[in-house]
Design a protein around this ligand. Structure first.
Ligand code: 1GP
Length: 253
């Protein structure tokens, strides 16, 4: 069982080191800015590339990953929106269980279908509790998964869900307001959840500024994920990664 990246997630959390991940959705990235995003992400010393999306119909997944691999050794983690989004060229895969929802297919069904294939793959499998939080607009994930997100003010539901996920043995927790969310997950919800579970916490969805990145990291995010804002303005990745890295060791009041 490969556990190289999982150990890194754990040791970074232990040290209070905050990480930044750039989300690349092969369907959304225009050919003109994909090279800029990769080059600037390398300059920014980001910690991870997350690759995935809800649809991915353009068969560019393998090509995109090969392109990144040619240029750097930043770990590439698949963040799949479906069972067709698996590439052996990546380093790891978030094996997502949508624990905020009650759709059995996304809690265990798809997992059973893909398990034999993943077992023989070179990918590190990171079992992850995936929690959708209401971000003020209906998101693609919510529509595609046929689930309701957790209301954004209900910290207690988010906390109970994360604790249950941890008790079930999930190793990472990913709270997501969905790509392009109007409002990102509140600092208070992040703080409540991060104080209640031990597993590394990934936060994404609707984060648009370096200041917001910093606030999420200080509130308790171990990994801050940004996709949409960087697709629109690739230069942002530099300031965002710096803001997150500088938040290491700073504790929420
Ligand atoms: C979405 O968490 C990611 O699943 C990132 O969201 O594209 O809004 O940054 P954005």
């Amino acid at each position: 069982m490969k556990d190289h990246l999982y150990k890194k997630f754990l040791s970074d959390k232990e040290k209070g080191k905050k990480s930044f991940a750039c989300l690349l959705d092969p369907d959304k990235l225009s050919l003109s800015n994909v090279e800029d995003v990769i080059r600037l992400s390398i300059d920014a010393k980001i910690d991870y590339f997350f690759v995935g999306g809800s649809l991915i119909i353009n068969m560019m997944l393998d090509e995109l990953i090969a392109n990144i691999k040619k240029q750097c050794d930043i770990p590439i983690i698949l963040f799949p929106g479906g069972t067709n989004q698996i590439s052996y060229r990546a380093d790891a895969l978030l094996f997502l269980s949508l624990i905020s929802g009650r759709n059995p297919d996304l809690l265990i069904g798809k997992h059973v279908e893909t398990a034999p294939f993943l077992k023989i793959s070179p990918l590190e499998i990171l079992s992850t509790g995936y929690m959708l939080i209401d971000g003020g607009v209906p998101t693609t994930v919510s529509y595609m998964s046929n689930t309701y997100p957790i209301p954004r003010t209900k910290n207690d539901i988010a906390v109970s869900t994360a604790i249950a996920g941890e008790y079930l043995g999930l190793k990472l927790m990913y709270m997501d307001a969905g790509s392009g969310a109007k409002t990102s997950i509140s600092d208070s919800m992040i703080h409540s959840v991060s104080s209640s579970v031990n597993c590394p916490l990934i936060i994404g969805g609707g984060i648009r500024t370096p200041e917001a990145c910093k606030a999420k990291a200080i509130a308790g995010a171990d990994v801050v994920v940004v996709g949409d804002a960087i697709e629109k303005d690739p230069q942002l990745v530099i300031e965002m990664a710096t803001a997150v890295h500088e938040s290491s060791q700073i504790k929420a009041k």
